[in-house]
Write a protein that binds this ligand. Structure first.
Ligand code: SIN
Length: 294
């Protein structure tokens, strides 16, 4: 396996691994180490059935069945969610606008995410250029870029994350056709708190663990100060120097770790420019002992 760094703040391509067959434990460790170092890994030229995508992802931790995946699950594989703007016989094949703003998957869950694993099947193109990049920001860099004063002030504080924040924003501000969350979905994912700074389980370094998509409150601050501080952090963590954009090709598997990155699915393609991606979300069970999980 050959790891080729992007040269940017995040990102590397991994060549020489066929993800349709089980990884050896040495390969598994190399991938995890590369995830720690580069945050985002692209494995080009893969050919995967849903079951193989699921097996690869499940090698890194328990898989989440996304609370919103109901109509968009791969038949027979509820852990594989279909992200797509394709409509077949009047029926959407997948969720059309997943992740189209800055967020971290599953920061709203008690057991947070370790990684996302996405497989690109159809990638829209215009004038030969791929559309629908997935953009990332480095939360190692964002933490390091905070002033000492801010690091000290926020140290030990916690942030409340709410699944409904992103969902409602998509309906209210982006014209999303997704239906309102049901009471059962809200009950399944009540708001949860996590430390504002986490020690990254692979690098051992501190990361900023807050994101515009789901973070609603710094619990230890008065409401106004919490709102102002979150606004500051959202602007800070998405600064251009912390960003990296991954360009898709068909057959890419794009894997990223969710402790040290936030991401955004760029919505720069139209309804007739078809995108089809299959996704697994890997929970951080590899790093969180069973007694500390919910
Ligand atoms: C996601 O937020 O997991 C979706 C990213 C993408 O479709 O590019």
């Amino acid at each position: 396996m050959k790891v080729i760094p992007s040269g940017s703040v995040l990102g590397a391509s991994v060549e020489g691994l066929d993800l349709s067959r089980p990884l050896s434990s040495a390969e598994d460790q190399e991938v995890v180490a590369a995830l720690g170092k580069y945050g985002v890994l692209r494995f080009p030229g893969q050919k995967l059935e849903a079951a193989q995508l699921k097996r690869f992802a499940a090698g890194f931790g328990e898989l989440e069945v996304n609370v919103a995946s109901g109509p968009y699950q791969e038949p027979g594989h509820p852990e594989v969610m279909i992200l797509s703007n394709i409509v077949e016989n009047g029926r959407p094949l997948g969720i059309a606008d997943a992740g189209q703003d800055w967020h971290t998957d599953m920061s709203y869950s008690r057991t947070i995410a370790f990684a996302n694993v996405l497989y690109g099947i159809k990638i829209p193109r215009r004038d030969g250029q791929p559309l629908g990049n997935t953009e990332f920001c480095s939360m190692h860099a964002a933490y390091e870029g905070l002033s000492n004063e801010m690091k000290k002030k926020l140290d030990g504080m916690t942030v409340l994350h709410d699944f409904g924040k992103f969902w409602d924003m998509m309906r209210r501000e982006k014209g999303s056709k997704r239906p309102p969350l049901t009471e059962a979905q809200k009950k399944a994912k009540p708001p949860v708190s996590h430390p504002i700074f986490l020690t990254h389980p692979i690098t051992g370094r501190k990361v900023l663990y807050a994101n515009p998509g789901y973070s609603i409150r710094i619990n230890e601050l008065p409401q106004k100060e919490s709102d102002e501080t979150l606004e500051f952090l959202f602007a800070h963590q998405t600064r251009p120097e912390y960003r990296y954009a991954s360009r898709w090709s068909e057959g890419d598997v794009l894997m990223w770790e969710d402790f040290g990155t936030i991401h955004n699915a760029v919505a720069d393609y139209g309804p007739d420019e078809h995108r089809l991606i299959k996704r697994c979300q890997v929970m951080a069970t590899r790093f969180i002992p069973p007694e500390e999980r919910a």
